[in-house]
Design a protein around this ligand. Sequence first.
Ligand code: ADP
Length: 417
Amino acid sequence: MTATRVLVLNSGSSSVKYQLLEMTDESRLAVGLVERIGENQSRLTHVCLRRGSPVASEGERRERVEEFADHEAALRAAAEELAADGLGLDSPGLAAIGHRVVHGGQWFTRPTLVDDDVLAEIRRLVPVAPLHNPANLTGITTAQTLSPGLPQVAVFDTTFHTTMPEHAARYAIDVGTADEHRVRRYGFHGTSHAYVSRRTAELLGKDPSEVNVIVLHLGNGASVSAVEGGRCVDTSMGLTPLEGLVMGTRSGDLDPAVVFHLVRVAGMTVDEVDELLNKRSGLVGLCGDNDMREIRRRIEEGDERAQLAFDIYIHRIKKYIGAYYAVLGRVDAVAFTAGVGENSPPVREAALAGLEGLGLAVDPAANEAEGPAADGARLISSRDARVAAAVVPTDEELEIARQTYALVTGREPRQTG
Ligand code: ADP
């Protein structure tokens, strides 16, 4: 049996998401989530979408609520559920496991087969990604224990951004200090920016090398990137995911002196400021809600705080569109993706309003409509717009699976088509 399946694992601090994909047709065989790992009421939700052997029925959803003390227990349980569907980790059809790793620093410029050196480097990056890399590491080492001999591939959120030129990646601070402590702009959500920029090129009927795209990944975390001919030349997140756009709970850009001010004048500790800027800022800090649906509902009722939060959020997006327009020189498309970008017509409309001078204009009906393509990707620009506007649902798991499969089979990653 040829091994044509890839298991994608996304290990967070208290959760593990997994998807098993059949790469010959890129279909999902099973998807699942283990939440609240380490608590006594952890929950595993598993959906078998297609049978591996005649055991489970298609589309069957199973739930387990019990204590999964750590990632190993969680992954073992996920492996049991897959095995119950005839899709276990020991099945000969499984080609590899692809792991999402948030921070790959400057040196991981491509997906990488995991070995001890790779693990050590991911560990060395923990100081710049204290929330994410430890969980990603645990996911990898647990998967190694559960499936010895199976190729484990690390796919980094930062990789797509390693093509940024030095003048975009460096902060204007003392070079010696920056280099000693690895302080530079790394960027995140790279797997999403890579997938969406390529899918946008396809939507325009062009090769990615021919188009320049501004990708707006607007989820609870949010980032924007400038993609020139398929290569990232700038992105809004930096050393950490705090920089850039206004997010659900993060401030995005601010004068760094705000930190000194809060420490010196408000008497806050550095950890308190860290928590303020990452957890109690952005939309939640401005109006108490970080869900765009709730913010829009409040605006409809005339809530001024919600309106101001929305306006600040949109103003920042506009500033980045302008900045990246200038960085790229010529823009073929602006693409919206992730929870807010895919589902909020008012955000898309407001973000592009008044940008007719840049060749951008939204068609109101297309902005509200569902997409004709199976994956929901569609153009929402008006006919006379010089620059396309697009909604492109992101698919980070598919991108991780493609890159993993390409690495273990020695082929180029496939495109959506
Ligand atoms: P994450 O960054 O956690 O991966 P997502 O990309 O899933 O986040 O985005 C989550 C956010 O998407 C929610 O906080 C909410 O603001 C927004 N969202 C989800 N569905 C809708 C919707 N139908 N309309 C407007 N906003 C939505």
